[in-house]
Ligand binder design. Structure first.
Ligand SMILES: *[C@@H]1O[C@H](CO)[C@@H](O)[C@H](O)[C@H]1NC(C)=O
Ligand SMILES: *[C@@H]1O[C@H](CO)[C@@H](O)[C@H](O)[C@H]1NC(C)=O
Ligand SMILES: *[C@@H]1O[C@H](CO)[C@@H](O)[C@H](O)[C@H]1NC(C)=O
Length: 139
């Protein structure tokens, strides 16, 4: 019986906690910058000690971490070297449940599916968007 309540609880969490993308696909040119944005449910304006954000790029045959927050603290060491020094988060809007990640000096290999997993005291969910960076050869 306890197990059933546990699964109902998990279901309730996933139903009430959402991670949205403001745009499902982005188009950009090499060397330009872009801001990818996710929004997540913020019910309790709780402590950010319970904030976990894990964003990665899913490209063919690889998964590269491009942004990571653990217990409210940014973990730059987790970030893949491809994104080193090129990703900045807007900390002011993070409190409103908006993950705005600014990626500069875009490379064609930044193209792919971007997934952010978010966990707070309110729940857990993920959202994804696509980025297509075109180089000169396309122009
Ligand atoms: C997510 O999107 C749904 C549907 O557009 C909207 O009703 C909801 O308010 C959004 N939630 C967040 C946290 O962005
Ligand atoms: C990326 O953009 C280029 C130029 O607009 C287009 O030719 C190509 O099909 C796009 N690729 C994807 C995966 O959307
Ligand atoms: C981007 O910058 C590199 C290095 O400066 C250059 O070789 C390349 O042509 C640039 N690409 C575009 C599309 O401007």
């Amino acid at each position: 019986k306890r197990l059933i309540f546990f699964f109902l609880f998990i279901y309730w969490l996933s139903a009430t906690f959402v991670v949205n993308v403001t745009q499902s696909s982005y188009q950009a040119e090499e060397n330009h910058s872009i801001t990818l944005e996710w929004t997540f449910t913020t019910k309790t304006q709780g402590s950010w000690k319970n904030l976990f954000i894990y964003c990665s790029l899913l490209a063919p045959h690889k998964e590269l971490i491009f942004y990571h927050i653990h217990e409210g603290v940014e973990i730059p060491d987790s970030q893949h070297e491809q994104f080193s020094g090129r990703v900045q988060i807007d900390k002011d809007v993070l409190r409103e449940g908006r993950i705005r990640l600014h990626v500069s000096r875009l490379r064609t290999e930044d193209s792919g599916l971007y997934v952010c997993y978010v966990k707070t005291e309110d729940g857990f969910n993920s959202g994804r968007c696509r980025l297509n960076v075109t180089g000169e050869s396309f122009g």
